[in-house]
Design a protein around this ligand. Structure first.
Ligand code: PEP
Length: 260
């Protein structure tokens, strides 16, 4: 069975003080978890070291929200995969829709980032998803196909153990418009089939595919119960410790049922 991941993308929110408070409160709650699911937070990159140090004794992973694909050099403002190694950070988010649409990141650049992270033995959460107009035009599968084909170009079958895919329909991110569990399951099934065709059935069965887009405590159960949904990438609702804890607890009950 694939271990679910309940991950949080904090985007450009929280002060250092708020980050410290979150992880102090998380630590106090952790004894209540079954640890069935993997937990992963992407704080603003500036707080990565603090988050890593604060969670050393906790069962939660920390990742960065973005990296550059070069290892070192004159790239002002950027951070690289070897820098992650130097601070003991093992995870990175790549291709988030805000990176794609606000910062005009292309599929080709996303691919270079994924290859750099693999080369540096990091774990990647690779985000894909269609815009509302693309869904309305019936182009969802075509968009996902292109994002997967270019994003995973030259990634070898053995390296797919480092890759988690996050399906995040752009129209559902930060809008409060969640995909129905059926819409999300259809997209996840398409992605799993794609992995089977382009790699093999073992990669398809083992790769975890997360859903992201206005996930909250009130809607996560029905989404996580779906066969091909292996967790969530949560923006807004991961910022408040109580909401995040509630989602973790619901996800543990769902994982328990999925195991039976
Ligand atoms: C995200 O940032 O990846 C996300 C899905 O945000 P939200 O949960 O707020 O829609």
């Amino acid at each position: 069975m694939r271990r679910m991941i309940i991950s949080g993308n904090w985007k450009m929110y929280k002060t250092l003080e708020e980050t410290i408070t979150f992880f102090e409160e998380f630590s106090a709650w952790e004894k209540d978890f079954s640890h069935k699911n993997q937990l992963l937070i992407f704080p603003p990159n500036l707080y990565t070291i603090t988050a890593l140090e604060m969670t050393r004794e906790n069962d939660i992973d920390i990742g960065v929200q973005n990296i550059y694909f070069k290892d070192f050099g004159a790239y002002t403002g950027e951070i690289s995969s070897p820098m992650l190694t130097s601070i003991g950070c093992k995870y990175a988010l790549v291709g988030h829709s805000e990176r794609r649409h606000i910062f005009h990141e292309t599929d080709e650049e996303i691919n270079l980032k994924i290859l750099a992270l693999i080369e540096n033995r990091k774990h990647i959460v690779f985000c894909i998803g269609e815009k509302e107009s693309q869904r309305d035009e019936g182009l969802t599968e075509q968009v996902l196909d292109t994002q997967l084909a270019i994003g995973l170009q030259d990634v070898h079958e053995k390296d797919m153990q480092h890759v988690v895919i996050a399906y995040e329909p752009v129209w559902a991110i930060g809008t409060g418009k969640t995909a129905t569990p059926e819409i999300a399951q259809d997209a996840h099934a398409f992605i799993r089939k794609w992995l089977s065709t382009h790699f093999n059935s073992s990669v398809a069965n083992k790769t975890r595919i997360l859903y992201g887009g206005s996930v909250k405590a009130a809607n996560c159960k029905e989404l996580l119960e779906k066969q091909d949904i292996d967790g969530a990438l949560i923006g807004g609702a991961s910022l408040k410790i109580k909401d995040y804890i509630e989602i973790i607890k619901i996800s543990e009950e769902v994982a328990q049922k999925k195991d039976q």
